[in-house]
Write a protein that binds this ligand. Sequence first.
Ligand code: TXA
Ligand code: MG
Length: 308
Amino acid sequence: MKILKAGELDFACEVLRSGDLLAFPTETVYGLGGNAYSDEVVAKIFKYKNRSPFNPVSVCYPSFYNASQDIEINPKAELLAKEFLPGALTIVLKKKVNSKISWMCSAGGDTVGIRVPNNSIALDLLKKLDFPLAAPSANTSSELSTTTAQSVTESLKNCDDLVILDGGTCSLGIESTIIDLSVENQPKILRKGAISQEEIENRCGFTLVETECSKFSHYKPTKPIIINVQKIEKEDALLAFGNPISGAKYCLNLSSNSDLTEAAKNFFLMLRKLDSTDAKRICIMPIPNISIGLAINDRLKKATQKDK
Ligand code: TXA
Ligand code: MG
């Protein structure tokens, strides 16, 4: 595994042009990127992550305009893009018949999730390439997402030839919100994320129907997760929010002054750290169910769900 500094963009581009994968920073979480126009490269992404071939992979472009060569745009999608892109949103749209995007990104369907990340390193990288990047989160499937280059090396530790472009800690820390506009008169929200449903509805003037996006298990630490805890045992690790309850063997605080934005940024990294301790369980204090707290709680709920 090789870690590149943020300035080594030309080398990063060479890696991608030669058909290898590059983990790169976005404002949400790190992505595992590869040429979205190459079946062979996209197949490698699925292999590295151990991802189900039935789970589609979103595609990153330097601008929404660039995406229009591959996907069918409609007025609602255009409005969404104008309001929020570049930003923490993935917009699912119909693929053009002559689109060059690998069929594997759509996992058997006829849609593609489009993302324009609001991170200058990612945008500079995408602008230098003449292909978009298929890029799921840079973690082994069903595990926690990664928000630092170091976490990527830990989650994808078996991928010896992986190159990682180090852009420091992701500024938001929670994945993008996914909006499905492939049927324009039925806008759906498939995943809660860094931008709240309320904000999207307010700024765009249409209502989103909540639909569960993925039947695949997600965000699983190796230890049992207990949410909304009021009391803990001495072998527990505590992920606190606000004033920590006392008595835990290990304690990290998402935000001691109860700031949800700070909590989101710390979320995956702190969960990973507590998961690597010898505590029996990870106990998480209640997190307010508003704004980005909704997205944090959504991930915690999935982390506690039993695999089907
Ligand atoms: O913030 C993010 O979205 C990050 C960064 C790296 O861009 N990416 C990310 O990718 O979270 P991933 O693959 O871990 O999650 C994307 C989700 C998947 O659950 C997938 O099922 C859904 O988006 N998705 C992607 N393309 C889709 C499509 N065409 N239709 C429906 N769902 C789609
Ligand atoms: Mg993921």
